[in-house]
Each structure stands twice: as structure tokens, then as C-alpha cells.
Design a protein around this ligand. Structure first.
Ligand code: SAH
Length: 234
């Protein structure tokens, strides 16, 4: 049976998944909590990584070396970069970019990752399709598939938001997904990021985030649970 890795940055993003797990074993490595066990009939390892790309990368690399997941899903919330995506809508990544990875002053395109020579790291198409199918359970929710942009910044200004949207053609922005994607890519592990919109990455984002983070997270939990149900039925 496959082992599915699930990473969330914040406690609120993973606590419901962890509380539904059985045969659970907890281990803390480099200050990150990993929970191994069963969820909806699948072997899973769920981790709460902390905020930002470094924690996310440490978590993904540790998870891959220690628990050998066949695929890694990063679940959580994000700021919308598209007028078509509002609070609690869902973005499923077909690829990830790091909007703060930038050597453009020396002639390298913004976001271009050294050694890999790609800006957008692609997700596994089959996995994306499965997650889109699982998202059908969400009623009255826009489901978009596209680029997710990550960086070590909480984006809350029109200027930065427009820069990320226009430079990378991204649908939403957050702080971990592309780091997890980068680690998975160099380890040859399938990955996908699912994010529910908690704010619009604009001047009101810091207030909207606090107000809407909970209802956004609920959507992602329903999606992840439904994906796991689909997987165990295979
Ligand atoms: N309250 C948290 C900090 C949250 S930072 C604490 O106390 O530690 C925001 C988190 O939500 C990050 O994990 C990021 O991935 C996501 N996020 C939501 N909206 C965002 C935005 N507008 N810009 C960047 N990240 C955002």
C-alpha cells in the first residue's frame, strides 16, 4: 500500500487530520512533529512544518528520508492573486514557483532555480487529476488548477501581489508550497499543493486572514479526506 505524506504549515491546517488518525505514532525531528499512522484506510505521515520555506524544506526532506512517502501533499491556506478566486475557493497546483528566488540582477530570469534551470516545477498530472476529482465534494466552491507562488513573505499589498501575479502567472501565493515542491522534485517524489483562499493578498489581507483562515481550512480538510477515501478505494 502507498504511503501518503501530508504537510501543513500551521496547527490549524493539520490538527483535524491528526485527530482522525489511528495507530498513531508521533516523532519530533528538528522541532517538527511527524505523525505516522492510518487515515481513511491509507498509510499516512502528517507533519506540521511551521511557517516559511526553510521549515517546509526541512520537513519535506526529513519526511522523504525517514518515512519514504510515495507522494506528498501540502495543504493549507493562501492569498488570492486572481479576481476569479475569492475567500474559501480552492487552488490545486499544476506547478510551483518561488517568487522570492531572484537572481535577475545578474541576468537570470526571476524564479529560475539553479541546477534545475526551471522556474515552474511541475506536479504529477495524475495526482492533480485525482485531487481535482476529490474536490468535487466541495459545493459552491471555485476550483482552479494552476501555478502556486511561494516566498518568505506574507503578501499584503497591491504592488507585490501584482508583481507575483504578472511575473509568474500564479493564482495564489503562500509561504511553503514551492519549497516542498522543490525538495520533492530533486528527490523524484510526486507532489501537489492544495490551498484554500484565506485572503486576497491585498491591503486588507492581514485582517481577512484572521477572519477567514478557519473556513478556508475546513474546505481543504474535506478535500484531503475525500482524496484519501478515493485512494483507499483503488
Ligand atoms: N499566524 C501565523 C502566521 C501566518 S503566516 C503565526 O502566528 O505563525 C500565513 C500563512 O498562511 C503561511 O503559512 C502562508 O503559507 C499562508 N498565507 C495565507 N495568506 C497569505 C498571504 N497573503 N501571503 C503569504 N502567505 C499567506
Amino acid at each position: 500500500m502507498k504511503r501518503i505524506g501530508i504537510i501543513g504549515a500551521m496547527d490549524i491546517e493539520v490538527k483535524e487530520l491528526i485527530s482522525s488518525m489511528v495507530d498513531i505514532k508521533k516523532e519530533t525531528i528538528s522541532s517538527i512533529d511527524f505523525y505516522e499512522g492510518k487515515l481513511e484506510g491509507n498509510n499516512v505521515v502528517v507533519a506540521e512544518c511551521g511557517i516559511g520555506k526553510v521549515y517546509a524544506a526541512v520537513c519535506a526532506q526529513t519526511m522523504i528520508l525517514k518515512y519514504e512517502p510515495d507522494l506528498v501533499i501540502n495543504t493549507g491556506v493562501a492569498g488570492s492573486l486572481s479576481i476569479d478566486l475569492d475567500i474559501a475557493d480552492i487552488v490545486i497546483s499544476d506547478g510551483v514557483v518561488q517568487h522570492d528566488y531572484d537572481a535577475s540582477p545578474i541576468g537570470i530570469p526571476a524564479g529560475m532555480i539553479s541546477e534545475i534551470n526551471l522556474i515552474k516545477l511541475p506536479c504529477n498530472e495524475e495526482l492533480v487529476k485525482k485531487l481535482v476529482k476529490a474536490a468535487e465534494i466541495l459545493k459552491e466552491t471555485n476550483i482552479a488548477v494552476g501555478t502556486i507562488a511561494s516566498g518568505d513573505q506574507f503578501i499584503c499589498s497591491k504592488e507585490k501581489k501584482d508583481y507575483i501575479a504578472n511575473t509568474f502567472d500564479a493564482l495564489c501565493t503562500e509561504m511553503e508550497g514551492a519549497a516542498i515542491g522543490h525538495v520533492c522534485y530533486i528527490n523524484n517524489v510526486d507532489f501537489c499543493i492544495i490551498r484554500a483562499i484565506s485572503d486576497r493578498a491585498d491591503g486588507a489581507a492581514h485582517m481577512d486572514f484572521d477572519t477567514f483562515v478557519e473556513i478556508a481550512v475546513e474546505k481543504t480538510i474535506m478535500l484531503v479526506n475525500n482524496f484519501l477515501k478515493q485512494e483507499s478505494a483503488l
